[in-house]
Design a protein around this ligand. Structure first.
Ligand code: DGT
Ligand code: CA
Ligand code: CA
Ligand code: ZN
Length: 597
């Protein structure tokens, strides 16, 4: 296991021990161990494990070192017998109780010992019978709160599509900025990093201390707020009816850049940044960038005015010898190394793709299959976006539920598109394509003679059936389609629907290899609930020569705008304009299609 996975396991051990009522010194030793591991360079950690010198460090007792060493050698926490036994002693229901708001290990232990409660269901029953209120340290109010928390558990635990979260967050940022007391306001957290799903919203505001209460009042009184879950002088947390929660932090102006950076995360990025600061004798936190040496906490030092100044995040990065790292790249996946080289003028910053780079899009449906706008309406919408071209790709005949096109209807559509272009194209050039089903054995939905006769500009190949095939069968099926000389690009590589449906089982490493070898594009399906293929795979694949197309999979004119979603996650995958086909001009696209054929 890696250093960070081991740190997570130590935290989990601490929680499990607390559930068992182990003494606080012991549980804290695991938590402190986890923090120390987080702050340690991976190289130093490996070297110390090798040499058996971890125990020389403060806070690493013999028992802890023994467990860390065993976890390091294991593939999963269960490889550590101590962990496996501890976990086996604790009922799953007890773990589930940890997810109930306002319920921590200590309260859970009390409920278990005094009422025999070992699951959310049992807790609900105990609350309804009034037995929880009767316990010392609980009372009527706590019982009511627990009942409500249980009822909302599903909604609370749920993550939200970025697109939905953004729709809530946008007006809040605008609203905050419109307050006269607010100097600066930004959304932070996973939303700012552009993650495909968002757990909760995080807002950072700069204001004078005397104005904080007025801002907090406004935040908590927003019409959509269902419940104020926490409230202090400079912070508040609220829950909206949708179940989405939001945190607000108000900081002095001089702390704003540090707080914005800290609460943007990710946690892994922050850990790497903190290590870098420590190596320079500095301590980085939401409070500032202060000398590590000397009396007092980082917060106290910042309040004594000891922090380096940073008006902007760019200045914060500069203090640590780094160029500005775009929020989308802050995932602790090697961004620090790259932007160090940029700062030292040893390398260029990646010029990540931007929404304005797109000049068209290829995977779009019309009323001929399951779209809601006609070809002419789709073309007009593309022209209104300022695009140079639009690719049409309606479903093929095997997708009968989507009214897929048989050979004759497709031939007629191609003819319509040619006539449309010949008549001037109303501002955009249309490309004739199809979203062709990959049949269960990997053959395509039209035969070669049909393809020859149709004269399509391009073909998107997609899986829409038999999605439960075994992994090797699905992998072979998709690769066979990729190897078809007519295939131009692969649609939605896993078929996942975020927060609803797992993707089909497929070995994407092999699919990527095949796509590169056959010069087939893999799409980045930009629909907010797909974002498929996943951004985590793009950086490496693109370096190896995989071409991307950011495809809206639009089923109506308004759906074309979803390409912005695709651009966002493409940035998370380090993609530049060169990696994406639909940043090319008309001639460049025509050339690609011609060479592919
Ligand atoms: P989410 O809300 O689950 O989609 O993900 P985030 O990244 O928005 O996480 P959240 O809301 O818990 O916290 C916002 C940021 O604050 C997070 O990305 C990094 C920072 N942060 C919060 N808690 C910790 C922590 O315990 N350690 C470190 N290093 N950073 C933290
Ligand atoms: Ca968050
Ligand atoms: Ca948060
Ligand atoms: Zn499809």
């Amino acid at each position: 296991m890696t250093k960070n996975e081991i740190a997570d396991t130590l935290d989990e051990i601490a929680t499990l021990l607390e559930l068992e009522g182990e003494n606080p010194f012991k549980t804290r030793a695991y938590q402190n161990g986890a923090r120390s591991l987080e702050a340690m360079e991976a190289a130093e950690f490996s070297a110390r494990i090798e040499a058996g010198t971890l125990g020389e460090l403060k806070g690493f007792g013999e028992a802890l070192v023994d467990k860390i060493t065993k976890l390091h050698a294991a593939h999963a926490p269960a490889g550590l017998e101590f962990y496996a036994k501890l976990r086996a002693r604790i009922p799953d229901g007890l773990i589930a109780l940890l997810e109930v708001p306002s319920l921590g290990p200590k309260k859970i232990k009390a409920l278990r010992e005094q009422l025999g409660v070992e699951s959310p269901e049992q807790l609900e029953a105990a609350c309804k019978e009034g037995r929880v209120a009767a316990l010392a340290g609980f009372g009527d109010k706590t019982q009511a709160k627990l009942l409500e928390g249980l009822a909302n558990r599903a909604a609370y635990g749920k993550r939200h599509l970025w697109w939905d979260a953004r729709a809530v967050a946008g007006p809040i940022v605008d609203g905050l900025r419109a307050r006269p007391q607010v100097r600066r306001a930004e959304a932070a957290g996973s939303l700012r990093r552009g993650l495909e799903t968002v757990g909760d919203l995080d807002f950072i505001v700069a204001a004078d201390a005397g104005d904080a209460a007025a801002i907090t009042d406004w935040f908590c009184a927003q019409p959509d707020v269902k419940e104020v879950t926490a409230r202090g002088e400079t912070k508040a947390s609220v829950r909206f009816a949708s179940g989405l929660q939001a945190d607000l932090r108000i900081v002095p102006a001089e702390q704003f850049a540090f707080a914005l950076h800290h609460f943007t995360g990710s946690k892994d990025h922050n850990v790497a940044m903190r290590q870098r600061a420590l190596a320079r004798g500095l301590s980085l936190s939401e409070w500032g960038l202060v000398p590590d040496a000397g009396e007092g906490t980082a917060k106290e030092k910042a309040e004594r005015g000891l922090s380096l100044k940073a008006e902007t995040e760019a200045e914060l990065f500069e203090h640590l010898g780094l160029a500005f790292v775009p929020p989308e790249l802050r995932e602790g996946l090697g961004e620090i190394e790259v932007f160090e080289r940029v700062a030292e003028a040893k390398g260029a910053a990646p010029r990540l793709i931007e929404p304005g780079d797109l000049r068209g899009a290829f995977h779009n449906h019309t009323t001929e299959s399951d779209g809601r706008n006609t070809l002419a309406e789709m073309a007009a919408a593309a022209a209104a976006l300022g695009w140079d071209y639009l690719g049409i790709a309606d479903h093929s005949k095997a997708s009968f539920q989507a009214r897929g096109l048989d050979e004759a209807r497709l031939a007629a559509q191609v003819k319509t598109i040619r006539e449309f272009n010949a008549a001037g194209g109303a501002g955009v050039r249309l490309f004739a394509g199809v979203e062709c089903d990959i049949l269960t054995d990997g053959r395509l939905d039209y035969d070669d003679a049909t393809f020859d006769a149709l004269g399509l500009d391009y073909v998107v190949v997609s899986v829409h059936s038999a999605m439960t095939q075994a992994e090797d069968e699905m992998t072979r099926r998709i690769i066979r389609a990729i190897e078809h000389p007519r295939a131009t690009m692969l649609g939605h590589a896993t078929g996942r629907i975020l927060l609803r449906r797992e993707g089909y089982k497929v070995d994407l490493a092999k699919v990527i290899d095949a796509a590169i070898a056959n010069r087939v594009i893999i799409e980045l399906n930009a629909h907010p609930s797909r974002l498929d293929m996943d951004w985590r795979l793009w950086r490496r694949a693109a370096e190896r020569g995989l071409m991307c197309s950011i495809n809206p999979d639009a089923h109506e004119a308004a759906g074309l705008a979803h390409v912005a979603e695709g651009v966002r996650v493409a940035r998370k995958g380090w993609l530049t304009r060169e990696h994406v086909l639909n940043t090319r001009d008309l001639a460049g696209v025509e050339r690609w299609f011609r060479e592919r054929r």
